[in-house]
Ligand binder design. Structure first.
Ligand SMILES: Cc1cc2nc3c(=O)[nH]c(=O)nc-3n(C[C@H](O)[C@H](O)[C@H](O)COP(=O)(O)O)c2cc1C
Length: 430
């Protein structure tokens, strides 16, 4: 078989990705307290650019500093001043130094903003994140002018990253962040033009995409990350997703990345949520055992002609190749393995057959304490703790150039929690 992963991909806007492997967005937590990119971000993205992926997606870049996805996010709320512009330029330069693409993922966390950032975040409706542990506050419903302002900011942010040398943008509409909250009938109870039928629930996303396209012009890649489903009873389901995907294609996006789940149901990481997973109407293939969303992409393919990227669970090169040959994916997104093995794409392209599965080993509680996972609050804490291990790897890569995979989940949790607290204290003093 010709090396399918090494083939280039031409996007509808005319841009060409040099191969079929993308580093999926992973929040870095390495911005300054003012939300400005730092030399650590340059170091991290330089490593990833050297690592062989045709496309790098940045972690969440936030369009409103009161709605961080986490402390340490890059924040672009307005047209950048000279210092912010220069910092973005240096970051984009490092991230594209091997001729690969680097796209900025732009986002607003809505109700998934942590309480220590904002005890009363804005969201489509006043529906709190349904997790125990008090990590998220009671949201306040957005007014229509506030929604219009958010849509405008997506455009401002897109123009800013384009001017700085990023080679594309991705609007984040997955994983339970603001635009995904609008899509879900569980978190969107509005009765105005942004709520109710799907066409209304998709309005904020479609308006944001339209504004972004107007800001960057026709020949610049615009992508969207969308859930195949939220996997929750009464939530955004696959039929909804398929319809929204078709509207996005009609709106002229260049790539749709398919993921799934939210904080309440973290299917994106293959992790079980506290509530039962809501089954979806989709044909199952054997590929699904490895790649969580590939069957959804296969089912979407019949209705969509735009390129699809599928992210979540891919570890074996054969599965990646099969997903592409079967027509389910044009681009393979990889996340967790690249938190340690920054050149995983180059290794795959050179013939390595499999990437490490850190997720299979990591746990907050040692086996003899695993009974603690029966308690909902502790289970939630434990799954955030594993996520903090990956955050600690990215932190080590940005600061020292090397990951620290021997670090325990507990040590990583302590480290990340204290770093986030220091960052927020420093931000509060600005
Ligand atoms: C440390 C970490 C940070 C993440 N941050 C983001 C993010 O900023 N934006 C996003 O869309 N997804 C984010 N994700 C989800 C990944 O993009 C990806 O969907 C997920 O890790 C599944 O892919 P994998 O199985 O290859 O890791 C993050 C995942 C991890 C592990």
């Amino acid at each position: 078989m010709p090396d399918i992963l090494a083939q280039s991909l031409t996007l509808p806007c005319g841009a060409i990705l040099p191969n079929r492997i993308a580093k999926a967005a992973m929040t870095e937590g390495l911005a300054s307290p003012a939300g400005v990119p730092t030399p650590q971000l340059e170091k991290l993205y330089g490593l990833w650019s050297d690592g062989g992926a045709g496309l790098l997606l940045s972690g969440n870049i936030i369009i409103d500093g009161a709605h961080l996805e986490r402390p340490g996010n890059v924040v672009i709320e307005r047209e950048p001043d000279a210092a912010m512009h220069e910092a973005l330029v240096r970051w984009a330069q490092a991230a594209t130094r091997n001729g690969n693409h680097c796209w900025a993922q732009i986002s607003h966390a809505g109700r998934q903003t942590q309480k220590n950032v904002n005890p009363h975040p804005k969201a489509p409706s006043a529906v709190k994140v349904g997790l125990p542990g008090g990590q998220f506050g009671q949201p306040i419903a957005l007014t229509v002018p506030e929604i219009e302002d958010i849509v405008r900011r997506f455009g401002v942010c897109a123009a800013a990253v384009k001017a700085a040398g990023f080679t594309g943008v991705q609007v984040h509409a997955a994983h339970g962040y603001l635009l995904s909250q609008f899509l879900s009938p569980r978190s969107n109870l509005r009765t105005d033009q942004y709520g109710g039928p799907l066409v209304n629930r998709a309005r904020a996303l479609l308006d944001a995409v339209k504004t972004v396209r107007a800001a960057v012009g026709p020949s610049f890649p615009v992508a969207v990350k969308l859930n195949s489903a939220d996997f929750q009873k009464g939530g955004f389901d696959f039929a909804d997703s398929l319809q929204v995907a078709q509207w996005l294609a009609a709106a002229g996006i260049d790539l749709l990345e398919i993921s799934g789940g939210t904080y309440e149901q973290p299917k994106l990481l293959g992790v079980e949520g506290l509530e039962e997973e809501e089954p979806q109407q989709v044909a199952h293939s054997t590929l699904m055992r490895e790649a969580y969303f590939v069957d959804f992409a296969l089912a979407m393919r019949d209705k969509l002609s735009i390129p699809l990227m599928v992210t979540g669970g891919f570890r074996r090169r054969a599965a990646m190749e099969q997903a592409i040959t079967a027509g389910g994916a044009d681009l393979i997104g990889l996340g967790r393995p690249l938190c340690v093995v920054t050149d995983a794409p180059a290794r795959l392209l050179a013939g390595q057959t499999e990437l490490p599965r850190y997720e299979a080993q990591l746990a907050l509680f040692p086996p003899w304490l695993s009974f603690l996972n029966r308690f909902k609050t502790l289970r939630t804490l434990a799954s955030f703790a594993v996520q903090y291990w990956y955050y600690a790897q990215l932190d080590a890569l940005g600061k020292t150039g090397a990951a620290d995979p021997e670090k325990s989940v507990l040590a990583a949790t302590r480290q990340v929690m204290s770093q986030q607290k220091r960052w927020l204290d420093a931000r509060g003093r600005l």
